[in-house]
Design a protein around this ligand. Structure first.
Ligand SMILES: Nc1ncnc2c1ncn2[C@@H]1O[C@H](COP(=O)(O)OP(=O)(O)O)[C@@H](O)[C@H]1O
Ligand code: SF4
Ligand SMILES: [Mg+2]
Length: 359
């Protein structure tokens, strides 16, 4: 399929597509986030919610971003769409998307077109973001029209199919208003809207938070299937590392606006290096393997106002804290296939397993 604009037919930003294969033959784009800093204006001045974050989303992979609430995950996701709203702004860095360029520089119409058509997204609390006055079907058609979709019937068919796969009666959902749907149903509608325009970069921010465990697992299985069928590059954001453990190829762990560890999911889960990653994994019974062994991570994550301005952002909760951690922010350094930002890892301090990493 091609994109129509002012009477001319343009090829998608992700290259030519055959009619037979349609959008499914498009290539999954790679994404390079480089030195990204996003600040919010507060009474104490502009404070960073995301600080000097670099992350690559390899084409065709699912990356999971994990971290407790307030870590900066949603702010980073919004930056991928250049959708950070005032009082926030991207203060530094680039977000290069294959075929599009540095979206941090995009404005107006260019940005509107990229969203939805090239970047599908579910914002956090998507269950509350539908228009209460219009049926889901009407909103679907609005979305299609605003992105120049010619075959609206095909769009509706696709929407019904996606909803059906997620266990919903597609026709009924499209005829419904927001208030007629449960939180979990609205969340699935959000996922459908993110996928229905056949964007090849898909960002899902807490896509399953309102769902019970079994439905969560089913929905993520479907996300994984659609991801593979269509050849997507997918980013899934969640505060629950257990949610993405089975679905993500790579994990990136955020804390206090910093990316503290990233790497292949299997490696990160089997042998976490950063004390924060260890704490997150240890808190999830499914990952620990024994419900009695799981331990909540003590303490609370920092807010924008309390995040340390120098030194390691995690030090207040870290049992491995050393003098250097109070003054020097640990740099993100390669560790095998991973990247880890921790002085203790740098110094290759061997931590006997079972010894607490947190105070
Ligand atoms: N509009 C805003 N104004 C001021 N601070 C904000 C705003 N949005 C988010 N923040 C702050 O930025 C930090 C990161 O928030 P967020 O990106 O939502 O984290 P997460 O998605 O990991 O929970 C938090 O401390 C949050 O309070
Ligand atoms: S050892 Fe130091 S650098 Fe590493 S997480 Fe703990 S406080 Fe941070
Ligand atoms: Mg969030």
């Amino acid at each position: 399929m091609t994109e129509r604009s002012e009477g001319t037919v343009k090829h998608s930003a992700f290259g030519a597509e055959s009619d037979e294969g349609g959008l499914r033959t498009k290539q999954a784009p790679g994404v390079r986030i480089d030195g990204l800093t996003v600040v919010y204006k507060t009474t104490a001045g502009e404070l960073p919610a995301v600080r000097d974050v670099s992350l690559e989303l390899k084409p065709g992979t699912i990356t999971g971003i994990v971290g407790e609430s307030g870590s900066g995950k949603s702010t980073m996701a919004l930056s991928l769409l250049n959708a950070v709203q005032p009082p926030g702004r991207i203060a530094a860095g680039r977000v290069d998307i294959d075929g599009l360029g540095d979206v941090a520089e995009f404005k107006g119409e260019q940005l509107r077109k990229a969203r939805g058509r090239h970047i599908g997204y579910v914002f956090q609390a998507a269950q509350n973001s539908l228009n209460p006055l219009k049926t889901v079907g009407k909103q679907l058609l609005d979305l299609g029209r605003s992105h120049g979709v010619e075959d609206l019937r095909a769009l509706v068919r696709e929407a019904k199919e996606l909803l059906g796969r997620m266990g919903l009666d597609g026709a009924r959902v499209l005829d419904s208003h927001q208030h007629e749907l449960s939180g979990g149903m609205r969340q699935r509608v959000g996922i459908m809207l993110a996928l229905v325009l056949n964007a090849h970069l898909v960002v899902l921010d807490e896509p399953t938070t309102a769902l019970d465990m079994i439905t969560q697992a089913n929905i993520l299985k479907i996300v994984r299937e659609v991801h593979a069928e269509r050849g997507l590059t997918t980013l899934v954001i969640t505060h629950d590392i257990g949610v993405v453990a089975e679905v993500a190829d790579r994990l990136a762990v955020m804390y206090g606006g910093r990316l503290v560890e990233q790497g292949p999911t299997r490696e990160v889960l089997a042998d976490p290096q950063h004390p924060y990653t260890r704490g997150l994994i240890r808190a999830i019974p499914r990952l620990v393997g024994d419900i009695n062994e799981a331990q909540a991570l003590p303490g609370r994550p920092p807010t924008l106002a309390t995040v340390p301005k120098e030194g390691c952002v995690f030090r207040e909760r870290c049992a491995l804290r050393m003098d250097v951690c109070d003054t020097v922010d640990p740099a993100a350094r390669p560790y095998g296939l991973r990247i880890v930002a921790c002085h203790a890892v740098d110094q290759a301090v061997k931590v006997p397993s079972g010894e607490g990493e947190h105070a």
